[in-house]
Design a protein around this ligand. Structure first.
Ligand SMILES: Cc1ncc(COP(=O)(O)O)c(C=O)c1O
Length: 359
């Protein structure tokens, strides 16, 4: 295991130790960092895990991850706070979600302690890559669980790798910051009602690449999916859950067994109720019937943070929201500010959601 280098001095990482990246202009792209955490499951138990320097994974040609997509992942972020601490946001929820996913895909659960250890070590060992406070960038953390080893028939792998890679990233949507995005309702389905939509299986995503391409042809940032049974109820965007504000200080989010239980969405719903005194509701939202009562709309997720949606394309035209889709509305602005202040340690964390990484 390589030595942990401690660059911490005063209230922030030594500026000279931090990589010289153009932090303000990073996209949501892979950048190779120095270390990745890897643990292996074999014969019924997990190895302790170690930090590796190579970004390559050598994998058997018979690996179930390659043939049958026996694979899943997670996504979370580390951010530099104003006082120099490096903070994670509710990583235990990602650990639990990966365990739910693993169960559904007949993979061994990664114990929560191993998940958190892998995340902490990958962030700490790559501290020179953590974007500075105020840059708008963060260190994206991507835990992966893959079925490796040899197999031919459709059965679970005997061997698994849990790997945590990190990469500094900027905003997910190119517009960046808190600017408006647009969504286009897809003709394609993302997930079946009793399928795998509520877990973070990699196999849920490649079908969406085509839907996203079609949405982009219409000028939208991303595809928006309706329920697969009736094409009537709002589900979610390609990589984000949906929030809708309505009259009467209400914040509504789709209830569906086929969408990913977003950590960001669950947190925003709590913030809306506790900090803004909003009435929050998780229920089926009938798009065509209810679109007239949508005041503000947003997509939310680790990558998207909270991205206000100015307009949605469906039934052959654009439907605009707050200020005719030209301005960010006050509710989404407030929710965005409150969430970001919490995640970056600018506001007292009364919920106990942030977790400091020991550097
Ligand atoms: C399909 C999907 N929905 C929602 C989300 C948002 O979830 P979270 O807030 O946990 O990042 C993601 C991203 O992780 C996603 O891939």
């Amino acid at each position: 295991m390589p030595p942990f280098r401690n660059f911490k001095e005063g209230s922030d990482l030594l500026a000279s130790a931090r990589k010289a990246l153009d932090w303000q202009n990073l996209g949501f792209e892979y950048t190779k960092t120095d270390y990745r955490f890897s643990a292996v499951y074999e014969n019924g138990s997990w190895s302790e895990g170690e930090l590796l320097t190579s970004e390559m994974i050598q994998i058997h040609e018979g690996a179930p991850a390659l043939h049958y997509a026996q694979q899943c992942f997670e996504g979370l972020k580390a951010q530099t706070a104003k006082d120099g601490r490096v903070l994670l946001f509710r990583p235990e929820l990602n650990a639990q979600r990966m365990q739910n996913t693993a169960e559904r895909l007949s993979m061994p659960a990664v114990p929560e302690e191993l998940f958190i250890k892998g995340v902490m070590q990958a962030v700490s060992a790559n501290q020179a890559w953590i974007p500075p406070y105020g840059s708008g960038a963060s260190l994206y953390i991507r835990p992966l669980l893959i079925g490796v080893g040899e197999n031919m028939g459709l059965k679970p792998a005997k061997r698994y790798e849990f790997r945590v890679i990190v990469s500094p990233v900027g905003p997910y949507y190119k517009s960046g910051g808190l600017s408006l995005i647009s969504l286009a309702v897809s003709d394609f389905d993302r997930a079946a009602p009793h399928g795998t939509g509520d877990i973070k299986a990699g196999a849920n995503y490649p079908g969406g690449l085509y839907a996203t391409r079609k949405a982009k042809e219409l000028g939208a940032n991303e595809a928006l999916y309706l329920d697969a049974a009736e094409h009537r109820y709002l589900e979610e965007a390609g990589s984000a859950n949906i929030l809708v504000s309505m009259a009467g200080n209400k914040l509504v989010t789709p209830k569906s067994a086929a969408i990913l239980p977003s950590v960001t969405r669950r947190s925003i719903m709590t913030i809306a109720a506790e900090d803004l005194g909003m009435e929050t509701e998780e229920r089926a939202i009938d798009l065509r019937k209810e679109v007239g009562s949508f005041e503000e709309v947003a997509a939310c997720g680790t990558a998207a943070v909270l991205s206000p949606v100015g307009k949605i394309w469906f039934d052959d035209h654009w439907h605009h929201f707050y200020a005719n889709g030209e301005e960010v509305g006050p509710i989404m602005q407030k929710l965005y500010d409150l969430l970001c202040q919490l995640q970056s340690g600018e506001r007292e964390d009364k919920y106990g959601w942030t977790r400091e990484v020991a550097l």
